[in-house]
Design a protein around this ligand. Structure first.
Ligand SMILES: [Mg+2]
Length: 380
């Protein structure tokens, strides 16, 4: 590798070119699970997320639905307009979490170096692997086969020498794709890649870059390190590196967690308590599923609210005992919402729930009914 002045790290970290990193991404995960579980749904446009008349958004949709222009994050009402034949199904988060656990178990049989990005994607460093296989492509094929056999679902895999390229690669051929980006191909490939498809460059950053006539990797590469750090601060260096195919991050298996939460920004601000409570229940369900997936029981519950003027507040309380119980989480966060926020008078843009102070062992879980009498000691 050639190295000009001002970029000395490339020489000492050249060994990163030898790594074999996979990014595994399940195809239309929630929708595929529904189609797998119910054969009547196969071949149909399945839209997971809620009812088409409510205010919910599409969580995942099947490839059949995507042909109608339906996308994740779109209001279900809009999806119903685009795809009148769509089959709308509510999220079964707890079930998806169980399937996710089975899939991660398959990953862990290949390598302990697994870094989850979400319930349905992960980075795997397979430079060394339990299959004793030199070829990352062969390891990826084996993974695809095992996932198909054991959980009946397909996934797409990107293979490269770092996380950034592996992640970009996995999105290139979906579903059931397998894409390799070799070290010698990386820079050329990135030059033609639209800036919006760079993993790690968010929509707001992409817009700022486009305002400066930066549309592709080649345009980004033309900006100096000084310009990029001036524009974006520390992360500017990261952009400078990734467009040159450099990403030195290691695949890090998650350490012990300090907290776990979910939050949701709404397309339209929530106007009243009943709407907010309904959304809060969905978030409580997702948090509970994630806690169970990770076998965690939290004692401290924090509710986050962002009002429509972007002011954010958090309200916490200590639970009588550590929990992952959906009802208890929903019940407690609803109380915090009703009693400790201005939900009655202000519009809400974002809601979130997180749990922290995890217990070592699972404890018996108190029922919400008994909790009605319990005072909520508040920690601000
Ligand atoms: Mg996916």
């Amino acid at each position: 590798m050639q190295c000009s002045e001002g970029e000395p790290k490339a020489v000492t970290r050249d060994h990163t070119l030898q790594r074999k990193i996979l990014h595994v991404d399940m195809d239309a995960f929630f929708a595929s699970i529904e189609q797998h579980d119910n054969e009547k749904l196969r071949g149909k446009p399945v839209i997971v997320g809620g009812n088409p008349w409510g205010r919910s958004v599409v969580s995942t949709c099947s490839y059949e639905a995507r042909e109608f222009g339906v996308r994740s994050g779109m209001p279900c009402r809009r999806a119903a307009e685009l795809c009148p034949m769509g089959v709308f199904i509510p999220c079964r988060m707890a079930h998806y979490a169980t399937v996710s656990r089975d899939i991660f178990n398959i990953f862990h049989k290949v390598t302990p170096t697994v870094e989850p990005l979400s319930v349905d994607e992960a980075f795997l460093d397979v430079t060394q692997n339990a299959l004793h296989c030199q070829s990352a492509v062969q390891v990826a094929r084996e993974l695809q086969r095992n996932v198909a056999i054991e959980v009946g679902l397909s996934c797409s895999i990107g293979i490269s020498y770092n996380q950034f390229l592996a992640k970009v690669a996995s999105g290139l051929r979906k579903p059931n794709g397998l894409t390799v980006i070799l070290p010698e191909e990386a820079e050329k490939f990135l030059e033609t890649l639209p800036i919006r498809e760079f993993y790690g460059i968010g929509r707001a950053t992409a817009e700022r870059l486009e305002a400066r006539q930066v549309f592709t990797g080649a345009d980004l590469k033309a900006l100096s390190l000084a310009t990029l750090t001036e524009l974006f601060g520390k992360v500017g260096r990261h952009y400078y590196n990734i467009v040159r195919g450099r990403d030195f991050r290691r695949v890090e298996p998650p350490g012990p967690r300090k907290s776990l939460g979910k939050e949701c920004t709404f397309e339209e601000d929530l106007r009243d308590i009943s709407e907010a409570v309904a959304e809060l229940k969905k978030i409580a369900s997702a948090v509970s599923a994630a806690l169970r997936l990770n076998n965690l029981h939290g004692r401290c519950l924090t509710l986050k609210v962002r009002y429509n003027n972007f002011e954010s507040i958090t309200r916490s309380c200590s639970l009588p005992q550590p929990t992952c119980d959906e009802e208890l989480i929903a019940f407690t966060s609803e109380r915090l919402l009703r009693e400790r926020t201005e939900v009655a008078v202000r519009r809400i843009r974002l809601l979130g729930i997180s749990l922290s102070q995890f217990a070592e062992q699972s404890c018996e879980i108190a029922k919400p009914l008994e909790l009605r009498q319990i005072e909520l000691p508040l920690i601000f």
